[in-house]
Design a protein around this ligand. Structure first.
Ligand code: SF4
Length: 362
C-alpha cells in the first residue's frame, strides 16, 4: 500500500543508507510495482520559449537574465503536430508541451494550446502540458481536450524554494496541483537537485510530493544544468551518486510513480543511467533539447535501451486514453478569472545580481 505520511526524518534515513542496501531496497520496490524492463519515453517540446516574467534562479528563459537562448512565440498547431509525429516515430509515447508563462490566461493562445492537445491526443499519444499556474476551470478545459498529464514541479523544499524564486509562492504550486487533481488529468511533479540545497531540502521536497494524496503519477528528477547568465550559473554539478540516491529514495517513498530522469542526463554515463534504471527510474525525456538545455540524442538513447534490454513503454499502459471533446462541443467555457497568484517579492541576492549583470550586457 502507498503511504502518504512520510516524514523528513524517515526519508533522510532512507537517503543515507549504505548505497548497496538503498539500491537493493529501491530495486525490490520497483519490481513489485512496475515492469523493470520498461521505460516510458517523453518528448519535451518548447511551444513558447523565453521572455518569462518569473525570476526562477535556474532558468535561462527568465526575461530578466541574460542568456543565449533564442525566444519564440507560440508555435502553430501544424508545427506541433509535425514534431509530435517525429517524436512518435522515434519511440516516444508522450509529448510534453512547455510554455514559458507565469500562468495560463484564457484567450486565443490558450485556445490554440487546447487545439494542440486535441491534435496530439488524436495521434494516440499521451499529451502533457506545463504552462504555469492553472485554475480549476482551465484544468478541466485541458482535461476535456484530452490532456493526459499536467506538469507543475515543486522544484525544492518549501524552505529552499524561497532562495530560488521570489515571484511566486510554494502554496501557488500546491494549489495548481490541487486544481489539476479536480480534473481527470494526471499529475506530474518533481524538482531539481544541485541548486545548493541541503539534504534536508531534498528530503523536504520528497515529503511534499509523497504526502500528496494521491501521489503524483510521475515525478521528474532534474539535475541542475547551470546556464551562464542565470543566478545559479556557478553552481557545482551534482555527482551521479547524489542522483542515484535521490532516484532510489523517490522510488521507495513513491512506489507507483513513474520516476523520470530529466535535465542533466548528458552528464551521466550509460553506466550511471543503468544504475538509475536499476534504482527505479522508469522514464526519460528524449530529444536533443530539454526546453533550452542539451539532452542526449534519440538514437543514442535507443542504442542504450538495446544494450540494457529496455523497451519503451507503450502509450496508455498505465491509464486509458482520455476522450477528446471538440471546441464546439465543450461544456467548459472560459471564465476569464483573475486569480490572485501570490508574488512574495522578497530579495534573493544572487537573482538581483544576475538581473543587474544582464542590464550591462547587450
Ligand atoms: S522555470 Fe518556468 S516560470 Fe520559471 S522562469 Fe523558467 S519558464 Fe518562467
Amino acid at each position: 500500500m502507498t503511504r502518504n505520511d512520510w516524514t523528513k526524518e524517515e526519508i533522510l534515513e532512507i537517503y543515507n543508507k549504505p548505497l548497496m542496501e538503498l539500491l537493493y531496497e529501491a530495486a525490490t520496490v520497483h519490481r513489485k510495482h512496475h515492469d523493470p524492463n520498461k521505460v516510458q519515453v517523453s518528448t519535451l517540446l518548447s511551444i513558447k520559449t523565453g521572455g518569462c516574467p518569473e525570476d526562477c534562479g535556474y532558468c535561462p528563459q527568465a526575461a530578466r537574465y541574460h542568456t543565449d537562448i533564442e525566444g519564440n512565440d507560440l508555435m502553430s498547431v501544424s508545427q506541433v503536430k509535425a514534431q509530435a509525429l517525429r517524436a512518435k516515430s522515434s519511440g516516444s509515447s508522450r509529448v510534453c508541451m512547455g510554455a514559458a508563462w507565469r500562468n495560463v490566461k484564457d484567450g486565443e493562445e490558450f485556445d490554440k494550446v487546447l487545439e494542440m492537445v486535441r491534435t496530439i491526443n488524436k495521434l494516440d499519444m499521451e499529451v502533457c502540458c506545463t504552462l504555469g499556474m492553472v485554475t480549476e476551470n482551465q484544468a478541466k478545459r485541458l482535461a476535456e481536450a484530452g490532456l493526459y498529464a499536467y506538469n507543475h514541479n515543486l522544484d525544492s523544499s518549501e524552505e529552499y524554494y524561497k532562495e530560488v524564486i521570489s515571484t511566486r509562492g510554494y502554496q501557488d504550486r500546491l494549489d495548481t496541483i490541487s486544481n489539476v487533481r479536480k480534473s481527470k488529468v494526471t499529475v506530474c511533479s518533481g524538482g531539481i537537485i544541485g541548486m545548493g540545497e541541503s539534504l534536508e531540502d531534498r528530503a523536504g521536497m520528497l515529503v511534499a510530493l509523497a504526502t500528496l494524496n494521491p501521489q503524483p503519477e510521475s515525478t521528474p528528477i532534474n539535475a541542475l544544468v547551470p546556464v551562464e547568465g542565470t543566478p545559479l550559473e556557478e553552481q557545482q554539478k551534482i555527482s551521479i551518486w547524489e542522483m542515484l540516491r535521490m532516484v532510489a529514495t523517490t522510488r521507495i517513498v513513491m512506489p507507483e510513480t513513474q520516476v523520470r530522469l530529466s535535465a542533466g542526463r548528458t552528464d551521466m554515463s550509460r553506466e550511471g543511467q543503468a544504475m538509475c534504471f536499476f534504482a527505479g527510474a522508469n522514464s526519460i525525456f528524449a530529444g536533443d533539447k530539454l526546453l533550452t538545455t542539451p539532452n542526449p540524442n534519440v538514437d543514442d538513447d535507443m542504442e542504450m535501451f538495446k544494450l540494457l534490454g529496455l523497451e519503451p513503454q507503450k502509450a496508455f499502459e498505465k491509464k486509458s486514453q482520455p476522450q477528446s471533446v471538440s471546441a464546439e462541443e465543450s461544456k467548459y467555457k472560459p471564465l476569464n478569472e483573475k486569480p490572485k497568484w501570490s508574488r512574495p517579492g522578497h530579495t534573493i541576492e544572487r537573482n538581483v545580481e544576475a538581473k543587474a549583470k544582464a542590464k550591462t550586457k547587450v
